[in-house]
Design a protein around this ligand. Structure first.
Ligand SMILES: [Zn+2]
Length: 207
């Protein structure tokens, strides 16, 4: 049954790709974030089995965004470096077929975009991230990554003063660099260039 549902989902992906991308090449180049921002820490749970699906979904721990989003992220990293922080990337470009697997495990539109419309991650324009200190220590945030529910909210009340400050530092740097917040997930940021970027299903090892 699970295999059948996944097969149906992949048919949806094929149809979304044909609708969204009428054989045009991508308008933006993809940028390897680790190359652009050398002090970035890239630790993507989907490249390991330690994520909410329990499966390794990516063949490589490599983070890509399309160029306008990548350059905006470099600006945010610069703003944060001056305040004593680095960025830790949790997810960036995500192939559309992986979106199917996430939807299979958590079919809740508040947290996972339906594969027929795709996520802005599938366009290389969204990034999931958190802060670490310059020497690599974790910085406290409202919840764990992919901890779906009220604790994931970007505008929640009742946070400890330290967590509220940490979240504000991250949000301000990202917003000042051109990203938009997502109310339901504190770790997720969208760059407006998603409107000019097609849905894609290119594996991370082929970019
Ligand atoms: Zn996200």
């Amino acid at each position: 049954m699970l295999i059948l549902r996944l097969a149906l989902c992949l048919v949806l992906v094929a149809s979304a790709l044909s609708l969204a991308q009428p054989s045009e090449p991508p308008r933006h180049n993809f940028v390897d974030l680790q190359t652009l921002i050398p002090d970035l820490l890239v630790e993507m749970p989907y490249a390991t089995p330690h994520n909410f699906t329990g499966e390794t979904l990516y063949p490589a721990n490599r983070a890509f965004l399309v160029e306008p989003a990548a350059q905006a992220l470099a600006s945010a990293a610069e703003l944060l470096r001056a305040q004593g922080y680095r960025l830790k990337i949790l997810d960036a470009y995500r192939p559309l077929s992986v979106q199917c697997k996430l939807w299979e495990k958590n079919p809740d539109r508040n947290f996972v975009a339906h594969p027929s419309t795709g996520s802005r991650h599938n366009r290389g324009a969204s990034v999931d991230l958190t802060l670490i200190t310059l020497d690599g220590a974790e910085v406290d945030m409202p919840s764990l990554y992919d901890e779906f529910g009220a604790k994931a909210g970007a505008f929640q009340k009742g946070l400890s003063p330290a967590v509220a400050v940490n979240l504000q530092v991250l949000q301000k740097a990202m917003q000042d660099s051109g990203f938009k917040l997502l109310a339901s997930e504190w770790w997720h940021f969208d760059h407006p260039c998603w409107k000019d970027s097609p849905l894609l299903d290119i594996p991370l090892t082929e970019l």
